[in-house]
Design a protein around this ligand. Structure first.
Ligand code: MG
Length: 160
């Protein structure tokens, strides 16, 4: 019998002028980036939380604490690779992942294909299994005021 598990993840980071912006492992040309202990890739953080959620193994803060020097400024792709190791160790593979990034600016449409390819490569899946979508919030709320970036992620894990 096939065992399938669903997971969801959510993350927010504040934006500040002059910091680099990384989303889904891709460097984005932006005047502002995420304030963070790591490289601030809020999209990968939400994705890791979705994967860990599907495994009922806690969250990214538990496995990669932001109080640890080991993770200061770390490339979040490394965190995703390690999280995928936990997925494999538990005997699961990824069916698909779906990510929604809420950000007022810059426009992310030009980066979507590279984001999907980058995540798929790190996760060891086909890019057709990874969806990345971007939306503004019509200038409403903290996202609309460009104070932060918000990401939702869902994943399906399969054990054959
Ligand atoms: Mg985070």
């Amino acid at each position: 019998m096939t065992d399938i598990r669903i997971g969801n993840g959510y993350d927010v980071h504040a934006l500040a002028e002059g910091l680099p912006l990384f989303l889904c492992g891709v460097k984005i040309d932006s005047p502002a980036g995420c304030v963070a202990h790591s490289d601030g890739d809020v999209a990968i953080h939400a994705l890791c939380d979705a994967l860990l959620g599907a495994l009922a193994m806690g969250d990214i803060g538990k496995h990669f604490p932001d109080t640890s020097d080991e993770f200061r400024g770390i490339d979040s792709k490394i965190l995703l690779r390690r999280t995928m190791g936990m997925v494999s160790s538990a005997g699961y593979r990824v069916g698909n992942a779906d990510i929604t990034i809420a950000m007022q600016r810059p426009k992310l449409a030009p980066y979507i294909t590279l984001m999907r390819q980058t995540l798929a490569e790190v996760m060891g899946v086909e890019s057709g299994q990874v969806s990345v979508k971007a939306t503004t919030t019509e200038k409403l709320g903290f996202v609309g005021r460009c104070e932060g970036c918000e990401v939702y992620a869902s994943v399906l894990l399969i054990k054959d």
